[in-house]
Each structure stands twice: as structure tokens, then as C-alpha cells.
Write a protein that binds this ligand. Structure first.
Ligand code: SIN
Length: 172
């Protein structure tokens, strides 16, 4: 029998769940941190005013919390829809995902520095300013930031980096 396919979501895949799944569990990956270092020209920004969305970057000792989704048995269709959704610079990779019932091997989407939309590090104030000024076909970039912040808080794992940008937004 085929092994179940799991996908780990750490960004919009936590709060915009428009794909088929048959189970969802709190999950985390170690050695990675969430950062608003990826540019978005197709969802939360435009080519002349890119938005900022999250990717994960390696960081020793870090833990990135999110959700693990088990896909339906016929997972190929869902994977291809997710590939399409994440096509703005994300690679689909396999990595160990920890859950309360054990560790499993799953898929996640990572935007590496080599992709053409990658923007890299910036101070929270600069990130907040860029996010406040960006909007794209999926909606305002601010919505992405605030919904991610709220979801992580509801999961019991507010993220310091995300919180710092929300706080900077309040002072603009
Ligand atoms: C994810 O949510 O896991 C990937 C990044 C995103 O689509 O926001």
C-alpha cells in the first residue's frame, strides 16, 4: 500500500487552505526559521511593487511551527495544484516533520535565494513599509501578514520575526 503523503505548511498554507486533505495536525521542523524574505509578484504584490511572503531558511537550533496536512490517497492532483499555487519561486522538497505522534517524512515549499523573486533580509520597519504598500491578485499583503500572525498565535506559537513586523506596522 502507498505511504500517506504529508505536506508541511508554515505560511499561507496555514490559513488559506484551498486544497484537499484528510487530516491536519500541529507540526514543526527543526533547524529552520520562518522569514519574510521572499518577494511576491503573483499573489501579494506586482512586478513593479513586489510584496513580501515567507520562506524558511536554515538556522541551527531553530524550530518553525506550522501544520502538517495528510493528502488524499490520490495525492498527485493536489500536489500539482500546490505546485501551481507556489510557483512564484518555491521548490517542493522533502524533509522530516515532527508531530505530537512522531516524526514523518513530508513535503514543504521553500523559496531559495537562487529564485528570481527572492529579496532577502531587511529590518522589521522596512518589511512593514513594503508590506503595507503592496497588493496583488490574492489581496493585500497586510492581510497575509496579519492572518499568519493570528494563526500562529492561535496555534500557541507566535513567531518573533512575524510579531516584530506587525508591531512595526502599528508605528507606520
Ligand atoms: C507555506 O505556506 O508553507 C509556503 C509559503 C506560502 O505559501 O505562504
Amino acid at each position: 500500500m502507498d505511504e500517506p503523503v504529508w505536506v508541511f505548511g508554515y505560511g499561507s498554507l496555514i490559513w488559506r487552505v484551498d486544497f484537499d486533505h484528510v487530516d491536519v495536525q500541529p507540526a514543526w521542523i527543526t533547524g529552520w526559521q520562518r522569514r519574510f524574505w521572499q518577494g511576491s509578484v503573483d499573489h501579494r504584490g506586482q512586478p513593479n511593487a513586489p510584496g513580501r511572503v515567507v520562506t524558511i531558511v536554515p538556522q541551527e537550533g531553530a524550530i518553525c511551527h506550522g501544520l502538517a496536512y495528510r493528502l488524499p490517497t490520490d495525492s498527485m492532483q493536489t500536489i500539482s495544484e500546490l505546485d501551481h499555487r507556489e510557483r512564484g519561486g518555491y521548490d517542493r522538497v522533502s524533509l522530516p516533520i515532527a508531530t505530537e505522534t512522531g516524526t514523518l517524512e513530508g513535503l514543504t515549499y521553500i523559496a531559495n535565494p537562487s529564485n528570481s523573486n527572492y529579496l532577502g533580509p531587511a529590518q522589521p520597519a522596512q518589511l512593514a513599509k513594503q508590506i503595507a504598500g503592496a497588493t496583488g491578485p490574492s489581496g493585500p499583503n497586510v492581510e497575509y501578514l496579519l492572518r499568519l500572525d493570528q494563526s500562529l498565535t492561535e496555534l500557541g506559537h507566535p513567531d518573533e520575526h512575524v510579531r516584530a513586523i506587525v508591531e512595526a506596522l502599528d508605528t507606520l
